[in-house]
Design a protein around this ligand. Structure first.
Ligand code: CA
Ligand code: CA
Ligand code: CA
Ligand code: CA
Length: 510
């Protein structure tokens, strides 16, 4: 896509984990360059970091392959839009194909062979290191062998890092599958321009822990039967920066009663765990727009090892959580280091079994978190203090978290200073962060403790006061340099789970 999202965040923690996956891209066929260029790894640490725009970090992959090869060598693919019947075979071992589109409307076709149940990650790398601006915004589409049935479409990663695309697919049956690469303009039917230097790299990597190229510990495929805590699959985890750990749990639902349970232990330095849906559902969709998974609704339940429910998220992948991004909510649960927990995945409310109900969960154990509250802070005079740091948008961001305990009684005040003329944007979540708080209300008061603006969380909708598209309310522009208060309360606590936290990011723009 051609635009960037401005995402204001409720979490300020820097996860520092190189999430994504395969480190390899392996020095592919084409050239010597060893580019094990990061591309995938590293980048998604993203969405946590403080600032506003998650897309900011175009990080890493850039380094890419030193290779100066202007790709001439490997342009072996068909290079003509003849379709899947003339696709160039490629492996699923991560061997990098380095090629280009010769004309704006060209589509390159490749074929891969998969066994039934195989998960594969297909990804592009437009940073080929030749020193010229890379203008191709690649779209990956996946087809059946003869190109008659569209199985999945992937544009950008979500959250967006750059223009590269990435797709995870589970093969429901053994066979040959056809992968097409083309420019976004061509795919979307827009003017394709006149650029001819549309280089790209792309690879396919089987999501098998024994497959070289993956970060050790990252991949945790399910192994049935895993329907109970006693029979759960024990996750390995990959090591992140600063003792953080992360891993992917993935599988498919084999019928209406299937539950897949994975267990893991937070490292001793951890202070929180985060469970989110991987990009197959990042576009808020099932089917072709959801990487080809037919799963429409998924429910994640986090329990202790005795089965006591800490948190539940029951989401529709076709839901809209805010129109700017449509990403299903993540559970971001404060938990002590060393805690052992179980994640239960099953179909969500409204789901009926489909032909290929696969899922990928991303789990991160974090060693830093938003600033915690100090009770008692139920009045303006006893407010907890918000700490701000400069953000990448030229303003300041402060991230806070706390619990409303007991609900309907506890009130949390957070104080902060703002300068006349500053715009105050707010991003908050309780239920949308996996909390059982019902009717969580977020308000800004002025120095006289007079209400300026308030909003109550509904379902998993994001509280977002901002000028960005899809915001729930407008940001506030303050007219006096003074102390202000963020005030949080809740109607009640869900009896179905114990988590009672909230998180907020306050973003001040001069
Ligand atoms: Ca299963
Ligand atoms: Ca199962
Ligand atoms: Ca509190
Ligand atoms: Ca309080």
């Amino acid at each position: 896509m051609k635009y960037f999202w401005l995402i204001l965040l409720a979490m300020g923690l820097a996860l520092d984990v190189g999430m994504l996956a395969c480190t390899s891209n392996g020095d592919g066929a084409s050239d010597s360059d060893s580019d094990s260029d990061s591309d995938s790894d590293s980048d998604s640490d993203s969405d946590s970091d403080s600032d506003s725009d998650s897309d900011s970090d175009t990080d890493s992959d850039s380094d890419t392959d030193s290779d100066s090869d202007t790709d001439s060598d490997s342009d072996t693919d068909t290079d003509v839009p003849t379709g899947c019947d003339l696709a160039t075979p490629m492996d699923t071992a991560g061997t990098f194909v380095d090629s280009n589109l010769a004309t704006p409307d060209e589509i390159d076709y490749y074929s891969i062979t998969l066994a039934a149940g195989d998960f594969v990650q297909i990804f592009t790398d437009i940073h080929d290191g030749d020193g010229t601006p890379e203008l191709l915004d690649p779209v990956i589409t996946l087809w059946n062998e003869d190109g008659t049935t569209l199985l999945a479409t992937a544009d950008d990663q979500i959250p967006r890092q750059d223009m590269d695309s990435e797709l995870i697919y589970r093969a429901p049956a053994a066979g040959t599958y056809c992968v097409a690469i083309e420019g976004w303009e061509n795919w979307s039917g827009q003017s394709a321009g006149t650029t001819t230097d549309w280089n790209y790299g792309m690879a396919a990597l089987l999501m098998d822990p024994s497959q070289a190229g993956w970060t050790a510990g990252l991949l945790n495929p399910e192994a049935e039967t895993n329907d109970t805590i006693a029979a759960a699959n024990t996750m390995t985890m990959a090591a992140g920066t600063g003792n953080a750990t992360f891993g992917r749990a993935y599988g498919d639902l084999g019928g209406a009663t299937d539950v897949d349970v994975f267990t893991y232990t937070l490292p001793s330095a951890a202070v929180a765990t985060s469970i989110g849906f991987y990009k197959p559902f990042g576009a808020g969709s099932s089917g072709v727009q959801g990487h080809g998974s037919t799963l429409t609704d998924g429910m994640v339940t986090l329990t202790d090892m005795s089965g006591n429910v800490i948190s539940t998220l029951d989401v529709s992948f076709d839901g809209t959580y805010w129109t700017g991004i449509n990403t299903p909510p993540d559970a971001n649960i404060p938990l002590p280091g060393g805690t052992q927990v179980a994640v239960h995945f099953e179909g969500g409310t409204g789901w009926t079994p489909g032909a290929n109900d696969f899922y990928v969960l991303e789990i991160m154990n974090q060693t830093s978190d938003n600033t915690g509250e100090v009770e008692t802070n139920n009045t303006a005079g006893t407010a907890s203090t918000t700490t701000f740091a400069a953000n990448t948008s030229g303003g300041y961001s402060g991230f806070v978290m706390g619990a409303i305990d007991p609900a309907a009684t506890d009130v949390d005040y957070w104080s902060f200073s703002a300068v006349a003329g500053e715009e105050i944007a707010l991003a908050c979540g309780a239920a949308s962060n996996g909390s059982g708080l019902v009717g969580a209300t977020f308000a800004i008061h002025n120095a006289s403790d007079t209400l300026l603006q308030t909003e109550t969380e509904s379902g998993y909708d994001t509280i977002l006061w901002s000028s960005v598209t899809g915001a729930s309310m407008a940001a506030i522009t303050v007219t006096a340099s003074a102390t202000y208060y963020l005030v949080i309360s809740a109607t009640s606590q869900s009896a179905a789970m114990s988590a009672n936290h909230y998180r907020c990011g306050i973003h001040r723009s001069p």
